[in-house]
Design a protein around this ligand. Structure first.
Ligand code: ASP
Length: 322
């Protein structure tokens, strides 16, 4: 697919808005256009940073902030609800230069949870902060907070009610879009540095306190300059158990596999048989891109120095926007 390497001084940014897309049969042209537009805005936000010679870390932060601001995606505004009707968000960021990392879990308040993760990375001695103490840290850092109303979307609230009703009746939920979603970005900048960022509301009707793979370094988020940057989306418990992001990097590092082979092996041959539906976006140190998924679709896109915004939802050719 998009796997070929790029010239050394080129940049590349890839994003996802979650696997577990709306079933094709339920997609309308208007909704499809809205998803593509949301992805394009996020690509544009990150591209602007990279085109100026900015850092991959800043580009993935900008792209994820744009996705968090879109109510269509399950992160920040538009996050899903726990079984108790609350929103508990997780986010992580990792810098491939030195493996600096920051993460938060179980928070609701910071307007952009990815900035909370970044503050943990840059302003604390720690990698991972959770719950109330994470919120206190964010307040002390002066991060922008939003009221609960800001994060509310009728669509996610209705999805919670439907999921709870199905659970009660013992019905099997076939609609992946009701269950999950996440946003993420990975990039290689013009200086050859890699970074990854992931942000999520988690899975609809999750148990309060449950944390998925997104903020777990090595599972849903990974970046090191010697191999690749990865952001995952899908059934988090399986991504954690298979250390998805780090496994991809290990296949490259120790088995000498390409990015595409490594990412596909993990998504198709490891996660899928274990029940880990979902996908990853990954960029390699050579500028290659891999976006495999093992479910009906994944909101995704990428852009290189040619500035063509490529976006797709299902197993289909990329739409190109200049
Ligand atoms: N991976 C996320 C989680 O388990 C959900 C998703 O990406 O769909 O929290």
């Amino acid at each position: 697919m998009s796997g070929s390497a790029s010239p050394d001084n080129d940049f590349v940014l890839a994003i996802h808005g979650g696997a577990g897309t709306i079933l094709r049969s339920k997609m309308t042209p208007e909704r499809e256009a809205a998803y593509h537009a949301g992805l394009q805005r996020a690509l544009e936000a990150g591209r602007a940073v990279l085109a100026e010679g900015g850092a991959a870390l800043d580009a993935v932060t900008a792209a994820v902030m744009a996705l968090e601001n879109e109510p269509l995606f399950n992160a920040g505004r538009g996050a899903v609800y726990t079984s108790a009707g609350k929103q508990e968000m997780d986010a992580a960021v990792m810098d491939g230069r030195d493996r600096a990392a920051g993460a938060v879990a179980g928070v609701c308040g910071p307007r952009n949870p990815i900035l909370a993760a970044r503050a943990v990375m840059e302003k604390s001695d720690h990698v991972f902060l959770i719950g109330e103490s994470a919120l206190a840290f964010c307040r002390a850092q002066g991060l922008d907070f939003a009221e609960p109303d800001y994060f509310f979307t009728q669509q996610r609230w209705d999805a919670l009610q439907e999921t709870l009703a199905m659970r009660k009746s013992g019905a099997d939920d076939q609609d992946e879009s009701r269950k999950h979603g996440t946003v993420g970005a990975v990039a290689k900048d013009r200086h050859g540095n890699l970074a990854a960022a992931t942000s999520t509301g988690g899975m609809t009707a999750k148990m309060p306190g449950r944390v998925g793979d997104s903020p777990v370094i090595g599972a849903g988020t990974w970046a090191d300059n010697e191999t690749c940057a990865v952001s995952g989306t899908g059934h988090g418990e399986i991504f954690i158990r298979y250390a998805a992001g780090h496994e991809i990097a290990s296949l490259m590092r120790y088995a000498g596999r390409s990015l595409e082979e490594s990412a596909r092996t993990v998504v198709m041959d490891m996660l899928a048989p274990a029940g880990g539906s979902g996908g990853v976006i990954a960029v390699g140190r050579d500028g290659s891109v891999s976006l495999p998924f093992n479910c009906s679709g994944m909101y995704r896109g990428y852009v290189r120095g040619d500035n063509v915004l490529r976006t797709a939802i299902y197993d289909e050719p990329f739409r190109e926007t200049r």
